[in-house]
Design a protein around this ligand. Structure first.
Ligand code: CO
Length: 498
C-alpha cells in the first residue's frame, strides 16, 4: 500500500493491512515485574489481581514463517495490579519443543495448522509428531497456573514469575500428556465448592470419548478432582469449547469430516484436513454434570443447527430449555496451503456471528436465531454468571457493522433486548479478547472493568486498555514494554488476601 492510499484509508476510518499484520513478530524479551506507567487516563485502585494472557510468541525462525499463527509457541503475559500500581511479566512456556527449536533456531516439528518443516513433502511425510505448544489459554487451578493447548496435557507454571514447572498430570488425574481442553469454565454457583473448574478432554477417532472433569478451585481442597465421567459419541469430534449450566455440560459436535491423508502424506496440517460435511448433521451432545440433578444419566443427543462453532458465550437453563449463545461461522475457516496468513483477504474469510440456540430437552429439538449480524469473536460475560442467565456480553468485533475485517472494536450487547454500545480502536488499533473483571462490591451484572490487549498500529506496539464495562468509557492506557502478537485467551485472578 502506498502512503497516499494509507492516508486515505485511515481518513475513511478503514484499517490498513500492514498496521494489522505488523503485530506478527517474534517476542524477543522476557521481563519480570517491570513497572508500568499509565500513559493515558488514570490508574484504578480497585483492581487487585493479575491479568494472564496467552498467545503465540514465535512466528518465524531462521527466515521460515509459520503457516498459521496458531502454530506459534505459547508466550504468557501477566499484568499485576496492586494499590493502583501495575507491573508486567512475560515468559515463554518452556515446552520440550520450544527449547529444542530455540537451541537449533529452526522449526523441527510440523504444526497442526499447516506449518511444515523445511524440505518439502519428503521431509514431512509420515511425520505425525507434533509439539505441545501450550499457546491457547492460561488459567489458575489450585496453586498452579496452567498453560493450555487442547491436543495434549497442560503445562504448570509458577503464577508469581511464570517460570515453567513442566507438564502436569494434575496430581495423577491425567495420563501423561493426555488431551485437556483449553476452555475450562469456572462455576461460582456450585454447592460443592466456592469455585469449581469444569473442563474436558477429547480422544477422537471413528468413535470419540469425552472426559468431563470438575475440580475444586478454592479453599484447602483447591486443585482436587470432585467429579469425573467419560461418555462415548459416534464419529469424529472437533470440540474446541463447550458451555455449562448448573446441571449440564453442552458440546456442539460440528458436522465436519476429517480426512487425515493429506496430513499423513505431508501435504497439509491436521486442521487443514477438516472440512464441512454436507452428509452429516451437527449434534448437541449434552452431558449431565455429576454435580447436578442428573448424575449418572446418559447424555442427551439433539440435532443442532448448521454452521461451525469454535466458541460459546454462555448457557443457562430455562425450564425445559437450555439457552446457549455461540459464535457461528458459515464454514470452517482455514488458511489454505498456498496462502500467507499475514495477507489474507478478510472479505473471503468466513465471519463469526453471535447466535442463540434454544434447545428443548423434552421435545429434543433446537432452534437458532441471530442476535447480531456484526462480525465478532471472543465474547465474554461477567464470570459470576457462568452457567446461569447473563443479560450482558462483551466481545471483540469489527469496526464496521457489516462485512469481515480485523477485530478493532469492543461491543457490549444486551442479550435480551439486543441493545448495543461500542468502543472502537479504529482505524489503527486492533483488539483482542476482553477480560471482564466485576466490581468487588457491586451486585450489578455489568459493573466492572474490561481489560484488553490492543495492538497499536500507529506506534507499532502493544497497549493494555481498560474500559468501564458499564458504559465502555475509556479509563486508562498502559503502553507495554514488549510487542505482543495478536493472541488468544486469558483470565483474571484476584490477589490472595495478605
Ligand atoms: Co478458543
Amino acid at each position: 500500500m502506498t502512503s497516499l492510499q494509507e492516508k486515505q484509508s485511515i481518513k475513511n476510518n478503514q484499517f490498513n493491512k500492514e498496521d494489522w499484520s505488523s503485530a506478527y513478530q517474534n517476542v524477543e524479551l522476557e521481563l519480570e515485574n517491570k513497572n508500568l506507567e499509565v500513559t493515558q487516563g488514570n490508574s484504578i485502585k480497585e483492581l487487585n489481581g493479575t491479568l494472564f494472557k496467552n498467545g503465540p510468541g514465535i512466528l518465524e525462525r531462521d527466515g521460515q514463517w509459520l503457516h498459521h499463527p496458531f502454530d506459534g509457541d505459547g508466550m504468557i503475559s501477566a499484568i499485576n495490579f496492586k494499590d493502583g500500581k501495575a507491573t508486567f511479566t512475560n515468559k515463554f512456556v518452556k515446552t520440550k519443543g520450544y527449547l529444542e527449536e530455540k537451541k537449533k533456531n529452526k522449526f523441527l516439528y510440523r504444526g497442526v495448522f499447516g506449518t511444515q518443516k523445511k524440505g518439502g513433502i519428503l521431509n514431512n511425510v509420515l511425520d505425525l509428531n507434533f509439539k505441545n505448544i501450550a499457546n491457547t489459554h492460561v488459567i489458575k487451578l489450585g496453586d498452579e497456573l496452567l498453560a493450555l493447548w487442547e491436543a495434549a496435557g497442560p503445562h504448570a507454571l509458577d503464577p508469581k514469575n511464570l517460570e515453567t514447572i513442566g507438564l502436569t498430570t494434575l496430581k495423577g488425574v491425567l495420563k501423561k500428556n493426555e488431551a485437556f481442553s483449553a476452555h475450562p469454565k469456572i462455576d461460582l454457583n456450585s454447592k460443592y465448592s466456592k469455585e469449581v473448574l469444569v473442563t474436558f478432554g477429547v480422544q477422537t477417532g471413528p468413535q470419540s470419548t469425552i472426559r468431563l472433569m470438575e475440580f475444586s478451585n478454592k479453599g484447602n481442597k483447591a486443585g482436587e478432582i470432585l467429579f469425573d465421567r467419560k461418555d462415548k459419541l459416534n464419529g469424529f469430534a472437533f470440540l474446541h469449547d463447550f458451555a455449562i449450566t448448573t446441571n449440564w455440560a453442552i458440546f456442539l459436535q460440528n458436522a465436519i469430516d476429517f480426512n487425515p491423508l493429506p496430513f499423513v502424506m505431508g501435504q497439509k496440517g491436521a486442521a487443514q484436513c477438516l472440512k464441512s460435511s454436507p452428509n452429516k448433521k451437527a449434534k448437541f451432545f449434552i452431558v449431565p454434570r455429576d454435580s447436578g440433578l442428573y448424575r449418572g444419566k446418559p447424555p442427551v443427543i439433539i440435532d443442532a443447527p448448521e454452521g461451525f462453532v469454535f466458541h460459546h458465550v454462555n448457557a443457562y437453563e430455562d425450564e425445559e430449555n437450555i439457552v446457549l449463545d455461540s459464535i457461528f461461522y458459515d464454514d470452517f475457516p482455514s488458511v489454505g496451503p498456498d496462502e500467507d496468513f499475514r495477507d489474507i483477504d478478510f472479505e473471503k474469510y468466513p465471519a463469526g456471528k453471535l447466535k442463540r440456540s434454544i434447545i428443548n430437552l423434552k421435545s429434543r429439538y433446537s432452534e437458532l436465531s441471530t442476535i447480531s449480524e456484526q462480525t465478532c469473536e471472543f465474547a465474554v460475560i461477567n464470570p459470576k454468571f457462568t452457567g446461569i442467565k447473563a443479560t450482558h456480553s462483551w466481545m471483540a468485533c469489527t469496526n464496521a457493522k457489516s462485512g469481515n475485517a480485523p477485530l478493532q472494536a469492543i461491543k457490549k450487547i444486551n442479550l435480551d433486548t439486543k441493545e448495543e454500545i461500542f468502543w472502537s480502536a479504529a482505524p489503527r488499533g486492533f483488539v483482542s479478547e476482553p477480560i471482564m473483571v466485576p466490581k468487588t462490591n457491586s451486585k450489578k451484572e455489568d459493573e466492572g472493568y474490561l481489560l484488553i490487549l490492543v495492538w497499536n498500529g500507529a506506534r507499532r506496539g502493544s497497549d493494555l486498555i481498560i474500559l468501564d464495562s458499564k458504559n465502555l468509557e475509556h479509563l486508562s492506557t498502559y503502553e507495554l514494554p514488549i510487542n505482543i502478537p495478536h493472541g488468544l485467551h486469558g483470565s483474571w485472578s484476584n490477589n490472595e488476601e495478605d
